[in-house]
Design a protein. Structure first.
Length: 365
């Protein structure tokens, strides 16, 4: 005799008071996570700034710091070299962290970084063109002119190139209305501009060394003028980004849902792209291409203390500052008295973090 299937009793609905209590408990837990992470970030930023002032040509050494303070050139060493470099590294990291959070929110992809829209490739090509032009033109420059070209001309070229790269991406994508087309246009343009940069270095091999220094990233040339420029840029861009944080929250619901809420997708995406390109251009023009900070900083914030984009943007900027301060101290202290390019350190640390993350996800799958 065939046995009849048993009737499955329906799951009783959760009473409204219990559901509200669970939501309130989850919200309170997230607030505690954000406060805890903010405390750790402030502590890390403070320690990073102090470590940057202590770390010199002899590495991380308190004895070296005491001798520097006792010498006649104490202000020159601390006030004109270490202090602007340390503050500049924090600002570069903050700009990249902000750009990464904007990119990941815009593309709704946790693996997006600030260099996706062609800013890095455009800046690299502009720097190579300036170096190759000076070499092929046979310019006999004085020491003052050479220093100006290195510290001012290349920065301006990198900034203009980064903005130009993003502009070409927007033209190729016919605006910022379609996210997929915008992303693919950035990838295609990055390949094309990278190939042009390689072609220029073949024609002018002397420009290769300058290109390598720019591609590896460095904080050693940051001065007070760079600090002032980046501080002003970060204040302006972060303020504008926070004003558009609710638009990023709406985009997480999907394009159709965001449009149904009255969001003008084309205009909002264009504003977000301009903010992203501005943060990236300012950082790249001052320190070259520093890898992985813009990718890892928002990912760490979202992993340990999720929240709305207003929190995510500010915390990612702070996380980026802490990460680059750590990388800068390591780059100065690891093989002292020589230095490693800070971009190499961030690439190694970022790559190890992503490998660890993939390994954990593979085990949990």
């Amino acid at each position: 005799m065939m046995e009849l299937p048993r009737a499955v009793s329906p799951v009783p609905p959760v009473p409204a008071p219990q559901a509200a209590e669970r939501l309130a408990a989850a919200a309170a837990g997230h607030r505690r996570q954000r406060r805890r992470l903010l405390g750790w970030l402030v502590l890390g930023l403070t320690l990073g700034l102090l470590a940057g002032l202590v770390t010199g040509s002899a590495g991380f050494s308190m004895a070296s710091l005491r001798s520097d303070l006792a010498g006649e050139q104490a202000w020159l060493i601390l006030g004109e070299i270490r202090a602007p470099r340390t503050l500049g590294a924090a600002l570069v990291g903050a700009l990249l962290g902000l750009g990464g959070a904007l990119a990941q929110g815009l593309f709704r992809n946790p693996l997006a970084d600030p260099y996706l829209l062609g800013a890095a490739a455009g800046a690299g090509l502009a720097v190579v063109l300036v170096l190759a032009g000076a070499t092929l033109g046979g310019l006999q420059m004085s020491l003052t002119a050479a220093l100006w070209l290195e510290q001012v001309g290349l920065m301006m070229a990198a900034f203009i190139g980064a903005i130009g790269g993003v502009t070409l991406t927007l033209l190729l994508a016919r605006g910022a209305l379609h996210t997929t087309r915008l992303l693919l246009s950035g990838v295609v343009l990055a390949v094309l501009l990278g190939a042009l940069s390689d072609l220029v270095t073949v024609i002018s091999p002397d420009a290769l060394r300058g290109k390598q220094a720019f591609m590896l990233g460095s904080t050693s040339f940051l001065g007070w003028s760079s600090v002032a420029l980046m501080a002003a840029g970060l204040t302006l861009l972060l303020g504008l980004a926070l004003r558009h944080s609710r638009a990023l929250d709406a985009l997480t619901l999907g394009e159709d849902s965001a449009a149904s809420l009255g969001l003008e997708l084309g205009r909002v995406r264009l504003v977000l792209v301009l903010l992203l390109s501005g943060a990236t251009a300012v950082a790249v023009s001052q320190a070259g291409l520093v890898a992985f900070v813009g990718l890892v900083a928002p990912h760490l914030v979202r992993r340990h203390a999720p929240g709305a984009h207003a929190w995510l943007l500010a915390a990612s900027a702070l996380m980026g500052a802490v990460l680059l301060l750590l990388a800068d101290v390591i780059s100065r202290a690891l093989i002292a008295p020589q230095e490693l390019p800070v971009g190499v350190v961030t690439a190694v640390l970022g790559g190890l973090y992503l490998c660890l993350l993939l390994n954990r996800r593979g085990r949990s799958a």
